[in-house]
Write a protein that binds this ligand. Structure first.
Ligand SMILES: *Cc1c(COP(=O)(O)O)cnc(C)c1O
Length: 373
C-alpha cells in the first residue's frame, strides 16, 4: 500500500482492482472460448467502440502508432495519398503522431501550436499549406479536442484529409460530437495509461469511410480480406481477443472515469490560484477527456521538486520536442520557439479516477503553497 499521504500520478493497479471481478470474467471467457485472434471479442468491441464514437466503422489494431500509420497507408493504397505528400502536424505533439506520417512514406510538416489551446493553430496551418499538402493531423493533445471549424474550412478549400490523433481523447467531445467522429478518420491508442486502456497494447481506427475501413481491415491482416488472398503488402497489426475483452469492460467504465477526471479538472481550475503557474485553457465548446492536466511553470523542475517533497508525483509530457530528437536529426536546427518553451515549462499533475477528494485537496494546497518558505 502507498503511504496515505502519497498522491500517485496514476495508479492503474487501484483502478483495475475495483473492476477485477469483471475483468477476470472477461478474461476467463476468452480462455474458455478458444478464439484468440480476430474473433467474437474483437468484433463486439469494434461494434461497441464505433457506436460510442458515433462512426460507421471501428477497426481494432495492435497499438496507436499502427492505427495512425494504417490510416495513411490505407489512403496510399486507395490512391488518395502518394509518397512525399505533406501532412501538417503540430510541432508539440507526442512523437508517435509524427512517426506515423514518416512510416507511411509521407512528409510531416511541423507547425507551432496555438499558444492557449496547445492544439493546432489554424493560422499556422494555413501558412504552411503548399501544392504538396494533402492532410492535416489534428492531435487532441492532453484530451481536449482541436477546434475543428477553421480546420474543416481549410481542408475543404484545399482538398485535404483531416485525420485525428485521438490517442489521448477517448470520450472527449466538440459540440456534442465525440473525438473519432470529427475528421475523415481517427487513430486511438489503448496503451494501459490512456483513458481507455488495455492490459497491454492495443489501438483502433474509427471512420465513416467504407472503403478506407475495408482497406485497413485488410492491411492489418497481411493485406488479406479473404483467406489465402492478399490484395496488399500488409502487416500483422491486430487487436487480440484478450485485449478486446478487457477493453469491452473498460468501455463500460469510460464515461464514469471521464466524469471523475472532469470533476478533478474543475477543482484544479477553480482552486489553484498561484501566479507562478499557468493553468490549461478550459474551452467552452469542447468537453475535454482530461487525459492529462498540464500546467506551465517557468521553473517546472523546482515546482516538481516542491510537489515531490510533499509526496505528490508529477510527470512531464514531454521534455524534448520531436524536432530536437535524434530520430529527426534533419530537423534539429529548426526553430519552434513556442514549442520549445512548452517543452521546457509543462508539468502534469496527478489525474485519473484513482484520486480521492482528499488527494485532490492535497495537490491543490501544495501547488498553491509553491514557492514555499
Ligand atoms: C499514446 C499516443 C500515441 C501512440 O499510441 P501507442 O498505442 O503507444 O502506439 C500516439 N499519439 C499520441 C498523442 C499518444 O498519446
Amino acid at each position: 500500500m502507498d503511504r496515505p499521504e502519497n498522491v500517485p500520478f496514476l495508479d492503474l493497479r487501484a483502478i483495475h482492482a475495483r473492476r477485477e471481478a469483471r475483468l477476470m470474467e472477461a478474461i476467463r471467457g476468452v480462455v474458455r472460448g478458444g478464439r484468440y485472434v480476430l474473433g467474437p471479442q474483437v468484433e463486439a468491441f469494434e461494434r461497441e467502440f464505433a457506436a460510442y464514437c458515433g462512426t460507421r466503422h471501428c477497426i481494432g489494431v495492435a497499438n496507436g502508432l499502427d492505427a495512425l500509420t494504417l490510416i495513411f497507408e490505407g489512403y496510399r493504397e486507395m490512391g488518395q495519398l502518394s509518397p512525399g505528400d505533406e501532412v501538417i502536424v503540430p510541432a508539440n505533439t507526442y512523437i508517435a503522431s509524427i512517426l506515423a506520417v514518416s512510416r507511411a512514406g509521407l512528409t510531416p510538416v511541423l507547425v507551432e501550436p496555438h499558444p492557449a489551446s496547445l492544439n493546432l493553430d489554424p493560422e499556422q496551418v494555413s501558412a504552411k499549406i503548399t501544392q504538396r499538402t494533402r492532410a492535416i493531423l489534428a492531435v487532441h493533445l492532453y484530451g481536449t479536442v482541436t477546434d475543428m471549424t477553421p480546420l474543416r474550412a481549410l481542408a475543404k478549400a484545399h482538398g485535404l484529409k483531416v485525420v485525428e490523433d485521438a490517442a489521448q481523447a477517448h470520450g472527449a467531445a466538440w459540440r456534442g460530437t465525440r473525438a473519432g467522429a470529427l475528421g475523415d478518420a481517427a487513430g486511438f491508442s489503448f496503451y494501459p495509461s490512456k483513458n481507455l486502456g488495455a492490459l497491454g497494447d492495443g489501438g483502433a481506427v474509427t471512420t465513416d469511410d467504407d472503403r478506407l475501413a475495408e482497406t485497413i481491415r485488410a492491411l492489418r491482416n497481411y493485406g488479406s480480406s479473404a483467406k489465402n488472398e492478399n490484395r496488399f503488402k500488409g502487416l500483422n497489426s491486430r487487436l487480440d481477443e484478450l485485449q478486446a475483452a478487457v477493453l469491452g469492460v473498460g468501455l463500460e467504465y469510460l464515461e464514469e472515469d471521464n466524469a471523475r477526471r472532469r470533476a478533478i479538472a474543475r477543482r484544479y481550475l477553480a482552486e489553484i490560484g498561484n501566479p507562478s503557474v499557468t493553468l490549461p485553457a478550459a474551452v467552452a465548446d469542447r468537453e475535454s477527456a482530461w487525459h492529462l492536466f498540464v500546467l506551465r511553470a517557468p521553473d517546472r523542475e523546482a515546482l516538481g521538486r516542491h510537489l515531490a517533497g510533499q509526496g505528490i508525483e508529477t510527470a512531464v509530457h514531454y521534455p524534448i520536442p520531436p524536432h530536437k530528437q535524434e530520430a529527426y536529426r534533419e530537423w534539429n536546427s529548426l526553430s519552434f520557439p513556442l514549442t520549445e518553451a512548452i517543452h521546457r515549462e509543462v508539468l502534469s499533475l496527478p489525474m485519473g479516477p484513482h484520486l480521492s477528494d482528499a488527494q485532490v485537496d492535497r495537490v491543490i494546497a501544495a501547488v498553491n503553497g509553491y514557492p514555499s518558505r
